[in-house]
Each structure stands twice: as C-alpha cells, then as structure tokens.
Design a protein around this ligand. Structure first.
Ligand SMILES: *[C@@H]1O[C@H](CO)[C@@H](O)[C@H](O)[C@H]1NC(C)=O
Ligand SMILES: *[C@@H]1O[C@H](CO)[C@@H](O)[C@H](O)[C@H]1NC(C)=O
Ligand SMILES: *[C@@H]1O[C@H](CO)[C@@H](O)[C@H](O)[C@H]1NC(C)=O
Length: 495
C-alpha cells in the first residue's frame, strides 16, 4: 500500500515538474485549424495621401507638432505595403500560412468618410491584394475597421456621435459588394476597447480625447450598434450569395485572482466583465453585463446624473444585437492580477467604475514593451473562460505576439509563441474549447502606434532606414514556417 502511494505521488511530482519547466503540448493541431499572420492598414501601408486617399485620425495625430508619438514617427510610409504588397504575399507564401489578416483603410475607399464618393484607386489596391493572395492559395481575412477613422467623421464627433452608425454600415456595404465575392472571412471591428476607452476616454490613442467614463461609453454603444447592423446587413443581403462568415475581434488580457479569497475571485470576474463582457455580452446575450449596469448606475446617481453614464439598449435593440456573430475573435498578449478593495476610487472611468484593482507584478517575465508581461497560461484560462461564459462559441485568436527592440536572432519571440500556442493547444485538448484559428502578430515590424517604430513585433525585419523597406526573415519566421509544416510544437507529435 505504502509503495503504491509513493508510486502515485512520484508521478504527480514528475507531471507537475514537466508543466513547470515548460514541456510543450505534443498533440498535432487539427487539419482544419487555420494558421495565419496579421497586420493593419495604418501600421503597414504608408502612401498616406496617394491616389486619392483621404486623411484619417492617425494621419492627423502623427502630423501634430509636438507629436504624441515616440521619435515623431508617422505611418506616412510605414512598410510601404501599398506599393510592396506582392512582396508581402511572397513572404506569406513562404511562411505557408492558411490566411492573411489585414485591414482596410476606410479613407482609402471613401476619402470623405461618406459613401458619396468612392475612390476607385483605393478599391483597386485591395482587389489586387486579394487577387494576389488567392493566386497563392492564401485566404484573406479582412478587418473592416482597425482604428483609422476618416478625419471628416471625427470632425463631426467621431464614434460618440450616433450618426456614425449608418456611415459605418454604408462603408461596410461598399466592401461586401466590391470584395465579398473573394473575401469569405470578415471582422467588423478590431479591439473596440482601444478605439473607445483609449481613444475617447484616456487620450492614449487617436483621436486623443479625455472623457473617461463618458465618451468611451457612448463610443462603445455606437460601435456595438454599428457592429450588429453590419452583421445583419451581411446576414440578410450578402451571405446567401457570398457564403462568408463574419465576427468581431476583442482585445483582452487574462485577469487572474491574486488570491483564493472569494472577494478576489469575484473581483477578477468583475474585471473580465468590464473588459471583455462590455462588448461580448451584448453581442452574445443582447445587453451589457449586469455588474456594469449596476455599478455604473449607482455611481452615476451618486455623482448627480439623472441617468446612468452607461447608455441603455431598448428592448428592440437587445433582440437585434443578440447573436450577431459567427465567431468571436480575440487578441491576447498578456495578463494581470486582480484584487478586491474596500476603498474604490470615486473618479469617473472604466477602471474606477469596476471598483477592483488590477496590476502586473514587477517580477513577471516582460517583453520589450513594458505592458507585455509574458504569461502563457493566461491563454488557456482565457479561452476556457470564454467557452464557459459565452456558450461554447467558435473562437479565433486573431492576434498574439511579442515585442523586442529589434534582432534577427529573436529567440524570445520563438519561446513566447511556443508557450502560448502550447497553452492554447492544451485548452483545445483538455477543455475542448472550439478554437478555429490563430494569427501571429505580426507578419513584419511595423508602426506600433504611440511607440512608433521603437517596438518590433515582426516575424520579418523591415529596414525603416532604407527607401526600399527591405524585408528579412527573422529566426522566428523560420520557426513559424516549420510549425505550419508540422503543425506540431515538439520534435514529434502524436495525433
Ligand atoms: C524539463 O524536464 C525534463 C524532465 O525532467 C527535462 O528532460 C528537460 O530538459 C526539462 N526542460 C527544460 C526546458 O528545462
Ligand atoms: C520631434 O519634433 C519636435 C518638434 O518639431 C522637435 O523639437 C524634436 O526634436 C523632434 N524629436 C525627434 C526625436 O526627432
Ligand atoms: C489557489 O488554490 C490552488 C489550489 O489549491 C493553488 O494551486 C493556487 O496556488 C492558489 N492560488 C493562490 C493565488 O493562492
């Protein structure tokens, strides 16, 4: 008996040690699992004012003096993908990706933001790109909106003004009509929390407006209604002929309770609801999470507002919103710890309204970007939480990646991808999460928003000092290529 117990004990210790020292999942990724890479229009295209393109909010802020961007960097030329898309597709082909996730620049298609004037040259660029992808057997996955709002729409208030809902749907209709025969995977929005909370709440992204707990809530309300209307437009008018699929991409980090106390476990759940539930709950279930509704209503009343700062959906809107997704896209990079507090911050704002505290421990492994703590186990926890919270949706990881200051021998990036993908594969194997695909961020180094070109996320290096913007495969590109061939994270996989 005693020796049997020892025997069992021995195995538990060995098993745990294997997990701790980083043994990777040894199951092959299923044949129908799609691998890709991602980019976004403003970050790679350049040609900011060529061939009839209009100005967008990122053109506007990067041209400000003084500039809010590191080194006064701009996306004026970026990776010059507007001219070098054939080279980009050759890189994609060499990597062996199943799909390429890129976004469309609204002001390249509709220079005024409105559909009164379509810029044929801009449209032609995307038609050429899609054609080149198809000719090389690569599936296009198109993000309709990745943060580059036409400036004329910002001039009338941008996302907090509900006029924008129909303008966005007009834009989407042009894309479905013009590109929908060849594009079968669509994402309405990329990371709307960044557009709304960072863009209109905290002045950390274009258009750099400071109105926390007010404009960011109005922005989100309009983004959600624009998303639903666009999903329904596709579903009712285009799906039958075009046979595509359409979702949204939300950004989230994993929020881990900092202790096993009930209060901290609840606090972490609250944080997930304020971050992901803010968008996912209306789309899946038709309304904001109840904890957001109750916290913000109570605090708004205390602040003397007649109505909650969190806008409300009408009953009709709730029905209309509910179920407007074919799959949920998610961008995951990092994680934080969360704890409850007895002394909530009384200021207005998304974080303050959650009434919990989140932070990243200093001793966690960190990429070059200070916010990017490397927490691979957060991947499995996140997708499993999404499975349980949103009734087992199809999930696509639409971004995941690692920054450094720039090196071709990017072992840190390889190690990051290995461990996050292993955690994802664990979720598929042990928790039966329905994950349909994964896109590495990013195909190549590019304009990293406020950080300009100082933080590199690419599988390919880009020489930003050269007018030709030469691309060079990093070690991680070769590693990813091998992964896509073997679909396996270790020497030898079992099926
Ligand atoms: C992990 O543990 C196994 C078994 O003890 C060992 O063979 C392997 O070298 C370790 N790997 C790392 C990365 O430490
Ligand atoms: C950025 O632009 C400002 C204003 O033109 C200038 O003073 C500053 O030296 C520039 N910084 C860099 C790093 O080029
Ligand atoms: C919570 O409890 C689990 C299971 O006992 C343990 O593994 C984990 O380390 C605990 N977490 C914290 C933060 O104390």
């Amino acid at each position: 008996m005693r020796s049997v117990i020892h025997f069992v004990f021995f195995f538990i210790i060995v098993f745990n040690e294997a997990q701790v020292n980083g043994t990777l999942n040894n199951k092959r990724f299923p044949d129908d699992f799609k691998f890709g890479v991602a980019t976004a229009s403003y970050q790679v295209e350049g040609a900011w004012n060529e061939d009839g393109k209009g100005e967008n909010v990122w053109d506007q802020v990067t041209h400000r003096v003084p500039s809010p961007i590191v080194n006064n960097d701009t996306g004026d030329v970026a990776c010059d993908s507007y001219h070098k898309y054939k080279e980009d597709v050759a890189m994609l082909k060499d990597l062996g990706v199943d799909f390429y996730r890129f976004s469309i620049s609204w002001s390249r298609i509709l220079p005024t933001g409105f559909d009164n004037k379509i810029n044929e040259a801009g449209l032609q660029y995307y038609k050429n790109l899609v054609k080149e992808l198809r000719a090389n057997g690569i599936e296009p996955l198109v993000t309709l909106y990745h943060w580059d709002l036409p400036q004329p729409l910002q001039d009338i208030g941008g996302w907090p003004n509900e006029i924008i809902i129909d303008k966005y749907v007009d834009y989407a209709r042009v894309l479905f009509r013009e590109l929908g025969d060849e594009v079968k995977y669509w994402l309405t929005f990329n990371e709307p929390k960044q557009t709304c909370n960072a863009g209109y709440g905290l002045a950390q992204k274009a258009p750099f407006i400071t109105s926390p707990g007010m404009a960011d809530y109005l922005c989100t309300h309009n983004v959600l209604r624009a998303h639903a209307k666009t999903w329904r437009l596709y579903d009712e008018q285009f799906r039958k002929d075009q046979k595509g699929t359409i979702g949204i991409t939300l950004d989230i980090q994993w929020y881990e309770p900092s202790s096993n106390s009930t209060a901290d476990i609840e606090a972490a759940e609250t944080k997930m609801q304020f971050a992901l539930g803010w968008y996912a709950n209306p789309i899946v279930y038709g309304d904001y999470p109840s904890i957001m509704q109750s916290n913000i209503a109570r605090r708004s009343a205390q602040e003397g507002f007649k109505e909650s700062r969190l806008p409300q959906f009408t009953e009709e809107e709730k029905k209309y919103m509910k179920g407007t997704y074919d799959f949920l896209g998610v961008n995951l990079y990092t994680a934080s710890l969360v704890r409850a507090t007895d002394e909530p911050n009384p200021s207005m704002g998304l974080d303050e309204d959650s009434e919990v505290l989140a932070w990243q421990p200093d001793d966690w492994e960190t990429a070059f970007s200070s916010w990017l703590k490397v927490v691979p186990w957060g991947m499995r926890k996140l997708v499993t939480w999404m499975k349980n919270t949103y009734d087992n949706p199809k999930i696509m990881i639409t971004e995941n990646g690692y920054s450094d200051s720039g090196t071709l021998e990017d072992d840190g990036r390889i190690s990051y991808y290995e461990r996050y993908l292993s955690s994802l594969r664990d979720a598929m194997e042990f928790d039966e999460v329905d994950v349909i695909g994964y896109a590495a961020w990013s195909l190549m180094d590019n304009f990293e928003w406020l950080a300009g070109y100082s933080e590199k996320f690419g599988l390919y290096h880009v020489d930003f000092n050269s007018p030709n913007r030469e691309r060079t495969a990093k070690k991680s590109a070769l590693w990813y290529k091998n992964l896509l061939e073997t679909r396996c994270l270790v020497e030898e996989c079992v099926d």
